[in-house]
Design a protein around this ligand. Sequence first.
Ligand SMILES: [Zn+2]
Length: 419
Amino acid sequence: MSNLILEKYSIGVGDRFAHQAKAQLAACMRAAECGVAVIPVWNKSNREHKIVGSEPASVRAAADRAVREVGWKRPYHVDADHINLGTVERFVEPSDFFTLDVAETIGRAPEAGAAEEFVGRHKELVGRIEIAGIAEPFQVSREQALGAACKYLRAVREAGEIYRHIDGRKGAGTFITEVSMDETDSPQTPPELLLILAAIADEQIPIQTIAPKFTGRFNKGVDYVGNVEQFEKEFSEDLAVIAHAVPRYGLPQNLKLSVHSGSDKFSIYAPIRRSVRRFNAGVHLKTAGTTWLEELIGLAEAGPQGLALAKEIYARAYEHLDELCAPYAAVIDIDPRRLPAPGEVNRWTAEQYTGAVRHDQKSPLFNPSVRQLLHVGYKVAAGMGERYTRMLEACEHDIARNVTANLWERHLEPLFVRK
Ligand SMILES: [Zn+2]
């Protein structure tokens, strides 16, 4: 039986219109040249596929083609991002990485007696829990453990069901499994994460990455908003819990944290880098939508036609603000007063357009509201169909330069490579 293993460092890259895989791979090549292997994982959620009107097989095709053309010799993967039993079907064949999303089931009570049975069997989850790397031991009462079991057990069992379904279709060891619990209201405490991992082991899910909820806001396309010190503490405690749980529960040795909505979270890359090195741990950083913003920047730089199209996309996104923001309401913070009217944007130079969108927080032109509106505005470009993708091809050179630079300079280098 072959066991598909996710390597230590990996980056989830999204590519809404399946045209930038090569430019993204070029950033991983830069890391490899610096002696750091960062494995690319192309991820696209069901929500994105629905908005763009694409099929999961197109993600696989674009990844395979890019790997062939660039001559990438290391592993790469295609992630069925945030799927469940209802949506997994069309992802089964083309994907070799599955992010089982059970956040919706968190908080739903398990069947009668299940929590009591679980806590009765896992006596190590009650009382004083000492975890190497966390200064203070935890004191967990039976009631607290039962409460956590009631909150998470059903979600983990659902993850087990999804896992077994995929396993039945693809065969054990042929795919990578992640369990995501990030899209929920509050961060998991270390004892809760430990309990979740014990339950995942009971379900015999060979989990290689887990995405807990972290403190602070992970808004799309902008920097982390929250207490960075608190984040670093929680992040390294999560690493300590994983190191504690792996040998005790027989979980995969390479189990690591997955950070979702990870693009542009510049202020936490140094804390993550320090923490994973301290624990000699791996990390998976999942990004998605900012490659599409680099497409807009590249279009604007490529000449009058590209710039005109980029402005038209802004104008249409502005008109459909409410509709475009609705599916992302929890993860964007747009200040409508900071959105210029389309008439004003139509008079902008290429420098003004790229200055507003490009994520350079020091630039006086940077406008996070414009950036976030365009971030969720990819539906507008999807509606343009070939008119948009033909322009991507015509402006490929300018776009690729921006896609690669964004991924390399602002993500891979500070997170994985910097000393
Ligand atoms: Zn997520």
